[in-house]
Design a protein around this ligand. Structure first.
Ligand code: SF4
Length: 382
């Protein structure tokens, strides 16, 4: 059996076979990844989420060279949102039938742990229908340092106060040689710690996702090493807790106006699609793959729906992190997401953050209405 037939049949591949996939013609790879997507998810539909990213504070002491978001406390434009400011953002989300916030910040050493716990309680009291998926392993590690508690203890307290999930921010490339290189993020959480904290979140039943960023100049073997580490944790957590990563989300490094610009090669649309296809084939126990319109634009995101992706991500009522490193796309209205999915030939379905379908939009009625399209969000590659 050829490698492509093996891949398309959904059989588990070795790391060496995954490296070989990168050398195959792009559209052969696309066929295999699409076949696997159709085996594992409903071939007719593409899901999307109505949510909002909230970045509670941009103060951070990690200083990643690819980050345009963080500030030191002394900088004029550093901020920490009040609970009321966060609530106001959530009310705007509730008004458009949103179901989840993805809330992350910098690693702010000036916020006491009680601030986070009180925030969780405040959100559950005032916004009981909104799922709170917040922080990242890096922030959990920061809270652990601050309090002297273990990351597991930190997670347990946050969960008891209302935390529903730990998103996969900061995964980037789970190969320390790449992630901790001097010109990348030497102070970044290690791959081992990132994976350990994710595994602990999974042991508590928290929702988690895995992420990946390409373009640091990593080799194909290093990309596959990232996949292998994610797959190993997925196997372990599924066997031990029946709870593991719900989705895999990858994108390309955004370098505009940040210190890493010019020091790494970055990655283009071809590499993004190729890597997405390999991830769909290799990570055989992760059910959902998002198309990344904020970084890649809607045309490539539509194309990604034929390279293994079965989900269009979220409306992202607000995004402040990758956009500050050059991602051109922020805030796509639900109507526009529905149009993109429909134009690609799929039936759009609204999901919750657990990937349960919760509503079938009336596509005809929605598309018949006059569009309120923000054209700045469209087509990065036009
Ligand atoms: S990526 Fe996160 S941890 Fe790194 S500097 Fe930015 S906010 Fe801080």
């Amino acid at each position: 059996m050829s490698l492509l037939s093996k891949a398309a049949s959904g059989q588990r591949l070795t790391a060496a076979e995954a490296v070989e996939l990168y050398h195959l013609p792009l559209f052969d790879l696309s066929s295999a990844a699409h076949a696997v997507r159709n085996l594992r998810t409903d071939p007719e539909i593409v899901t999307y989420l109505i949510d909002r990213n909230i970045n509670y504070s941009n103060v951070c002491n990690v200083g990643c060279a690819f980050c345009g978001f963080y500030r030191t406390r002394r900088q004029d434009d550093s901020y920490t949102l009040s609970y009321e400011e966060i609530s106001q953002k959530i009310r705007e989300l509730e008004a458009v039938n949103g179901t989840r916030i993805l809330m992350q910040g910098g690693v702010n050493p000036y916020l006491p742990f009680e601030w986070y716990l009180d925030l969780m309680r405040h959100l559950k009291e005032h916004h009981p229908t909104i799922r709170v998926e917040a922080f990242s392993p890096e922030e959990i590690k920061g809270m652990s340092k601050l309090t002297g508690m273990t990351p597991l203890e930190v997670l347990k307290e946050l969960q008891a106060a209302g935390l529903d999930g730990l998103p996969g921010g900061g995964g980037e490339m789970l190969v320390d040689e790449v992630r901790k290189a001097k010109h990348v993020s030497p102070a970044r959480i290690s791959s081992d710690d990132w994976l350990r904290i994710m595994g602990e979140a999974q042991s508590l039943g928290l929702y988690t996702t895995a992420t990946m960023v390409i373009g640091f100049g990593e080799s194909f073997a290093q990309r596959v090493e990232h996949f292998q580490r994610v797959r190993d944790l997925q196997d372990k957590s599924l066997a031990a807790y029946g709870n593991a990563f719900s989705a895999f989300i990858s994108w390309t490094l955004q370098t505009k106006g940040v210190r890493i610009d010019g020091k790494v090669p970055g990655a283009g649309a071809h590499e993004y699609l190729q890597n997405l296809a390999v991830s769909r084939i290799f990570l055989d126990k992760i059910p959902n793959y998002q198309a990344s319109w904020p970084t890649m634009g809607h045309k490539i995101a539509q194309t990604a729906l034929f390279f293994g992706a079965n989900d269009y991500g979220s409306t992202m009522l607000e995004e402040n992190v990758v956009s500050q490193a050059g991602a051109k796309h922020r805030n796509t209205p639900e109507r526009e997401i529905i149009r993109q999915i429909t134009d690609a030939g799929y039936k759009p379905m609204q999901r919750d953050s657990l990937y349960n379908v919760i509503a079938e939009p009336d596509v005809e009625a929605i598309l018949a209405n006059k569009p309120e399209v923000d054209f700045s969000t469209l087509n990065a590659f036009a």
